[in-house]
Design a protein around this ligand. Structure first.
Ligand SMILES: [Zn+2]
Ligand SMILES: [Zn+2]
Length: 295
């Protein structure tokens, strides 16, 4: 890739990322959700504007309205139904208990919808065939080589795991992704394709982290291989509640680094919410990678 193209690609990737601004408001997002419990089309409540910004930040289609407009209109209902469908919830169009529970889970900072429509909702159109629910980033960016170098960046202060733990966990997760395909990954201390490390709050890429809980991590699409892990989470190598399993999150974020978007298969590694330890790829994850690269 020529040097001249790099800023443009970075700009495109940043546009696709969309941070989650609502989570940083003075009132915790979970409190806002509690206040919206049971709201349905046509009703008003404090926090509808924040919910709208949240849905938009995740790639769902909402109308441009003032954040202070707290009327839950037909468009908001439609966006909420899309969110519910993506997350395997009952598509009630109401801010119900299940929806609040899912929105309260820790998750990845990358939007659910980055390409419209999902390129692979079910390619055969047959209800009996297994669903293929993976997605890619806009334009299907991917690596033009299979031998990738990676490195880790120095830990900021007060991270729950050491740099050597991150290196080991990253190695495990890379090994999981390289099964049955042509990828190889070699650690280096120099120029690397994938660069992983912990970052805290605002860290210079326009996608600030939100402290403990909420967003856990985000990663960039090829051929920008940055992976950022929220330094303020309770990271561990066990995932015993309430800690967050570092390998599970690294495995997910590496999927983004390799070109995968979010999957609406709730059991896939590329599902957007964190639901405990998940260190093995599902068929949907493998199909997504194989179809992107033609393995
Ligand atoms: Zn993600
Ligand atoms: Zn970042």
């Amino acid at each position: 890739m020529s040097l001249a193209l790099k800023p443009l690609l970075l700009f495109l990737v940043l546009c696709a990322l969309n941070p989650l601004p609502s989570v940083e408001s003075a009132i915790p997002f979970i409190t806002t959700l509690q206040n919206l419990r049971g709201i349905s089309r046509g009703q008003n409540a404090d926090g509808v504007g924040i919910l709208r910004i949240y849905l938009k930040s995740l790639g769902y289609q909402v109308n441009e309205k003032s954040p202070s407009d707290n009327n839950f209109d037909a468009n908001d209902e439609s966006a909420l139904k899309q969110y519910q469908a993506f997350h395997g919830l009952h598509t009630s169009g109401v801010v119900d208990d299940q929806t609040i529970e899912t929105m309260s889970l820790p998750r990845c900072g990358i939007p659910d919808i980055t390409a419209t429509p999902n390129p692979n909702p079910n390619p055969n159109g047959l209800s009996s065939s297994p669903p293929q629910n993976y997605s890619y980033f806009p334009g299907n960016p991917k690596w033009s080589k299979f031998n990738l170098k990676y490195r880790v960046t120095a830990n900021p202060s007060n991270v729950a795991v050491s740099l050597n733990v991150l290196r080991q966990v990253l190695s495990n997760a890379l090994n999981t992704w390289r099964q049955n395909n042509s990828f190889t990954f070699n650690e280096t201390t120099g120029v690397s394709d994938i660069v992983a490390g912990f970052q805290r709050l605002s860290h210079g890429d326009g996608n600030p982290f939100d402290g403990r809980g909420g967003v856990l991590a985000h990663a960039f699409a090829p051929q920008d291989g940055r992976m950022h892990l929220d330094a303020d989470e309770r990271w561990s190598t066990t995932g015993i509640s309430p800690t967050i399993d570092l390998e599970t999150v690294c495995l997910h974020e590496l999927g983004h680094n390799l070109g995968l978007g979010h999957s609406n298969d709730p059991n896939a590694v590329m599902a957007p919410t964190y639901a405990g330890v998940r260190r093995t790829l599902r068929q949907d994850d493998k199909d997504g990678l194989n179809n992107l690269y033609g393995f």
